[in-house]
Write a protein that binds this ligand. Structure first.
Ligand SMILES: C[S@@+](CC[C@H](N)C(=O)[O-])C[C@H]1O[C@@H](n2cnc3c(N)ncnc32)[C@H](O)[C@@H]1O
Length: 212
């Protein structure tokens, strides 16, 4: 079984080679366990905790910043976690070009960069296009989980998702009180909660109508 290495599926420039076929997850992870994807996995706390808690699942973090992708992959390796990998690339290219349709059990989007300045807003990762790719790659019965500390961005994300009838929002998730500094959902969640900032969360079941 392949170890928790930094996945190098992108070209050295970080571009995703559209000529390559969609990833074969069974080959990639060395088993056919369900695959969960994290958008912008940062320093990898979610990947490590989730992979340890769910050995029967595989986790793929896609992180555009090579420095963080490498750091997260090294942490996974140090902890001997074999069911999580990090792909250093742009999620928009990865989802659109390399992830097979209906191949993901869950998609996690935690604390996407808010890009506060108005002229930078177009850099935000959570858009209608990203949601369409999430819907394409999620298996029916899969899940979409989001969290943000930015009320305005979170509101826009919820509006986008609400416009897609295949996503069914669950009751607001309960938030557990961490007993340990590594017991947070993500690195940014820890930072914001320790600063006393509110964190907004939503969870959805993906149930597309038959034939859609
Ligand atoms: C605010 S950080 C949150 C990191 C992590 N989810 C957490 O909660 O600790 C946002 C992360 O998304 C990454 N990111 C931004 N745009 C991306 C893209 N297009 N594709 C992949 N990762 C992206 C950034 O490099 C950064 O690590």
């Amino acid at each position: 079984m392949p170890g928790p290495i930094l996945a190098r599926l992108a070209s050295p420039a970080g571009a995703v080679d559209a000529a390559l076929p969609p990833v074969d997850f069974a080959e990639f992870f060395g088993n056919d366990h369900p695959v969960e994807l994290e958008v912008g996995s940062g320093k990898g706390l979610f990947l490590a905790n989730a992979a340890r808690a769910n050995p029967g699942r595989n986790y793929l973090g896609v992180e555009i910043a090579k420095k963080y992708a490498r750091l997260a992959a090294e942490r996974l390796a140090r902890q001997g976690i074999a069911n999580a990998k990090v792909w250093a690339a742009d999620i928009r290219e990865v989802l659109g070009r390399r992830i097979p349709a209906q191949s993901l059990r869950a998609v996690h989007v935690y604390f996407p960069d808010p890009w506060w300045k108005k002229r930078h807003r177009k850099r935000r990762v959570f858009t209608a296009e990203l949601l369409a790719q999430i819907a394409r790659t999620l298996q029916p019965g899969g899940e979409l989980l989001v969290a943000s500390d930015v009320e305005e961005y979170f509101g826009l994300i919820r509006e986008l998702i609400a416009a897609s009838p295949a996503f069914h929002e669950r009751p607001t998730p309960e938030v557990k009180q961490p007993e340990h500094p590594l017991d947070y959902l993500t690195n940014f969640e820890r930072k914001y909660r320790l600063e006393g900032r509110p964190v907004y969360r939503a969870e959805y079941d993906y149930r597309p109508a038959a034939g859609s």
